[in-house]
Design a protein around this ligand. Structure first.
Ligand SMILES: Nc1ncnc2c1ncn2[C@@H]1O[C@H](COP(=O)(O)OP(=O)(O)O)[C@@H](O)[C@H]1O
Ligand SMILES: O=P(O)(O)O[C@H]1O[C@H](CO)[C@@H](O[C@H]2O[C@H](CO)[C@@H](O)[C@H](O)[C@H]2O)[C@H](O)[C@H]1O
Length: 462
């Protein structure tokens, strides 16, 4: 263990809770978009440091709703008398001292970096406040995290907030906090034990006991400097193909083949570290998929007319052969893979944000991850066409998808020894499940992209 945060006396702060009630729902990482928040209640508040012009408070808040269970979110806050213009977009409240999203301030990021590296010892000129708190910083055996690293928040915000420290580490603060060990830490640790070369090494994590349960708050792993996101490189290839009306001009197929091989290797390592069972029956899996589809129809009414055909597809998948289940990635898509010079890396093993940790730990078929990637090839090709109805471009997009799906499955089969296309009905059921999940995601977050999964659902149900 390398350090503890210090705790300030926990004065109730109703005004801050009120400000957070309107601020949190506007954040990209807020998972329950569209559901009205009734209140925000601070459940843990620890002052990390307090010195002349900056105080850093680490907050866990319970976001409450009228019609469903509360959700816990993590909000590292910077507090200053006044802030520079670049921090203005991140202000939570300026009623008194200015309270803002600390992850946008390099000084606040340095405070966290130092807590990771140096434990309780404050840097010169910084005065820790209060008594010892509950947040703990852990490092993997043999990993050294140096003090004094500077950091910056990584580009676009996603489900969580990631910061690059010293160009060597990536520190990800989980925004939605579920009680327990985050699967991202759990699976990275298991893959490290299996010496898997297709993930970045886990170096450390931050945790606290929340409601008496050891709970992951953040994780630090090697930063793959100079890597490119699979989504970005795939889009470049699609764009070149569409412009030239030729899928071979900027060929992505060899990348897709290597990616398939990398995903199969990660699946093999997860199975060797955490086990696998070979005779799962499809009945439970497909029943769960149908259940999700029916729930999703309440959020996306356009799904209702597809329900009879969806039920027929699910019925066919029920009679599929038994299949293997094991721990998998759970939310695999082109935004979850990084191309480094020698190889692809898989990132973000958190699983599907909408599921509880217990649900994410249920062993599942590797076909779910394969289906996630197949859906992502379709996304890459189609998102450039959402506003057009040009048949020739649509044809090129379709060819691009077919070519890359085939290459991915070829690469996967070569390493896994089984071809995912041989389990066609189950694979289709998993693709449908993902497309329905995406329809809900797009309806809530990017309604102009809803047509992408809706087209796929239409195609999948035939
Ligand atoms: N180890 C890494 N090295 C370099 N960049 C990374 C690494 N891990 C993640 N990233 C970048 O950070 C972004 C967010 O990471 P991710 O784990 O997917 O977070 P989130 O849970 O917020 O989706 C990724 O899209 C990728 O660009
Ligand atoms: O933020 P996460 O990585 O946890 O994933 C969520 O957001 C993704 C979008 O950022 C969403 O992915 C969908 O859009 C991607 C393109 O932006 C595409 O590559 C994926 O195939 C598609 O599913 C993901 O579903 C959601 O969980």
């Amino acid at each position: 263990m390398h350090g503890v945060l210090t705790r300030m006396s926990l004065e109730p702060d109703d005004r801050l809770d009120t400000a957070l009630t309107s601020w949190i729902p506007q954040q990209r990482w807020f998972g329950s978009k569209g559901k009205p928040v009734s209140a925000v209640r601070t459940i843990m508040r620890e002052t990390v440091v307090e010195y002349e012009d900056l105080r850093v408070d680490h907050l866990l808040v319970s976001v409450e709703f009228d019609d469903h269970e509360p959700e816990i979110y993590q909000v590292p806050l910077g507090i200053r008398e006044s802030v520079s213009d670049d921090l203005l977009p991140w202000v939570v409240s300026s009623d008194g001292p200015v309270v803002y999203d600390g992850m946008r301030d390099p000084d606040v990021i340095s405070v966290y970096a130092d807590q990771f590296a140096t434990g309780t010892a404050p840097r010169e000129g910084r005065r820790p406040a209060g008594t010892t708190g509950d947040v703990r910083f852990r490092t993997m055996d043999g990993s050294v995290i140096e003090a004094g690293m500077k950091g910056r928040v990584l580009g676009a915000e996603q489900s969580n907030t990631s910061v690059i420290l010293g160009n060597t580490l990536l520190l990800k603060i989980f925004r939605r906090v579920n009680l327990g060990i985050n699967p991202d830490v759990e699976l990275h640790r298991a893959l490290g034990e299996a010496n898997c070369e297709f993930v970045a090494s886990l170096r450390g994590w931050m945790e606290a006991d929340v409601d008496g349960t050891e709970t992951t708050l953040a994780m630090a792993q090697d930063f793959a400097a100079g890597s490119s996101e699979g989504w970005t490189t795939a889009l470049e290839s699609v764009k070149a193909a569409l412009d030239a009306h030729d899928v071979t001009v900027s060929d992505f197929a060899s990348e897709s083949d290597e990616l398939g091989a990398a995903v199969a290797a990660v699946h093999a390592d997860l199975a060797s570290s955490l086990g696998k069972s070979d005779d799962s029956s499809p009945a439970g899996t497909v029943a769960a998929i149908l259940n999700r589809v029916e729930e999703a129809s309440a959020v996306v009414p356009q799904l209702v007319s597809f329900l009879p055909r969806i039920r027929a597809l699910i019925e066919r998948a029920k009679s599929a052969d038994t299949f293997s289940v094991q721990r998998i990635h759970g939310d695999l898509h082109l935004g979850q893979v990084l191309r480094t010079q020698p190889r692809w890396l898989l990132i973000d093993f958190e699983g599907e944000p909408a599921k509880s940790f217990d649900e994410r730990r249920i062993p599942d078929s590797p076909l779910r991850d394969v289906a996630g990637m197949l859906r992502s090839f379709d996304y890459a090709a189609r998102n450039l066409l959402v506003d057009s109805s040009d048949a020739a471009r649509e044809e090129v997009a379709r060819e691009w998808v077919n070519r890359n799906v085939a290459a991915f499955c070829d690469g996967y089969s070569r390493v896994a020894g089984v071809d995912p296309r041989d389990a066609a009905d189950l694979l289709r059921a998993y693709e449908l499940d993902k497309a329905v999940y995406e329809a809900v995601y797009e309806a809530r977050n990017r309604p102009t992209w809803l047509s992408i999964p809706m087209h796929a659902i239409e195609r999948l149900v035939g």
